[in-house]
Write a protein that binds this ligand. Sequence first.
Ligand SMILES: CC(=O)SCCNC(=O)CCNC(=O)[C@H](O)C(C)(C)COP(=O)(O)OP(=O)(O)OC[C@H]1O[C@@H](n2cnc3c(N)ncnc32)[C@H](O)[C@@H]1OP(=O)(O)O
Length: 421
Amino acid sequence: MNPLNPRQDIDVRPIRDDGVPEWTRALNTGFLRPPSVSEAEIADRGGYLVPERTLGAFDGERCVGTFRSFPQEITAVGGAAVRAAAITNVTVTSTHRRRGILTRMMARELAAAEERGDVVATLIAAEYPIYGRYGFGAATTAAEWTVDVPRTGLDPRRAGPEDGGRVDLVDADEVRKTGPELYERFRRAQPGAVDRSERWWRIATGALLLDRVTWTEPFHAVYRDARGEVEGLLSYTVDDRWGDAKQPLQTAKVTDLIAVSPAAERALWRYVCSIDWVTRVRTGWRAPDDLLPHLLPDPRAAAITSQADWLWVRILDVVAALEARTYAATGALVLEVTDGQGAAGGRYRLDASPEGVSCVRTTEDAELTLGIAELSELWLGGESAVRLAALGRVREERAGAGPLADALLRTSRRPWCPDIF
Ligand SMILES: CC(=O)SCCNC(=O)CCNC(=O)[C@H](O)C(C)(C)COP(=O)(O)OP(=O)(O)OC[C@H]1O[C@@H](n2cnc3c(N)ncnc32)[C@H](O)[C@@H]1OP(=O)(O)O
């Protein structure tokens, strides 16, 4: 029992329509932000919180735990949009931690998500150890590079597109017009990407200023191909740093770079790496196999400065999840899936080929035994069953089942979720 607060009768329930201010105070407290809640914050949250999907843990009238989910689409391997329950705003007040409040809120949401027919649940984890116990696996990773611009070997006179395309700076209105459509094209082709709301675009372009976030207006640039079609969007901010010898030492920080063609990717990275005064470029969180280093004459000018797990996925419906994706190889595999918390456990036979897939429950002998967290980690193609077996997290019941799982499930490019939610 937590000695700070011995009360046991904590009630976990959805908030009422008038419960937004108290819930928001608890959220700010849990995230160690100033707890007072402004009118603007209440109005903003009131606009998008869904009370029946917004849980509070109540000690009497006081909210001491927050948790909410919202409907999301995540792109599976092959491009299908899969129904997800996106989980966010998870906090338990410091006086009430480690007595099972998160576990109760999570159990309630996962049961509700299964009931709704969501195929997976998703989240971005604040800390690595929190969510594995609930069946979540780190399904995408992200890396950030810092580019030492003088070392790239890029000649600014030759940094522009060589394919008849062009790069133009555009204003925020233009981004709100062209960005959403471009992003839709991008995410349909990017396993691990999730949909962006209109609110996302308003925040990214300064149309909605949140009083808890310090806003710096970014520059926006688009790449248009030779026909004038927008194929890429770059947003970046630049600091104002000069050295003692009056030399420019500016860092450009990329806040978003979305491209639907390699030409657009190349043009936008080369553009941001060739702006006068900018001596460093921080890329923001990218796919771990981003092309960037190899778009520079000297790839070593781009050094990875940070790398971490990113999107965590929890499969709720194994059949629907495995049948939603495509497979580049042909093979059959019997999986024994264990699931302590949910209904996803059982034995499944996967028959996959480039022509199609079927996944059914079976009584055949298992070839590979793994937890639902491990299957979730493998689902988007970014992790390897052979690696997980070496770590003792997957067990081969038949020799060769691990490499076969990799041949079926792994993908040539890594999955990537560019967003945080
Ligand atoms: C998707 C998102 O919103 S990510 C944001 C997550 N929130 C935060 O990081 C804010 C700060 N932290 C918190 O508010 C809380 O510590 C929470 C929400 C992470 C956990 O809430 P709690 O109510 O303390 O968790 P609960 O008591 O249900 O823990 C269940 C188990 O998880 C473990 N656990 C919980 N949090 C952590 C952690 N941060 N690190 C390691 N283990 C943890 C507990 O030790 C416990 O283990 P046990 O079952 O072996 O005893």
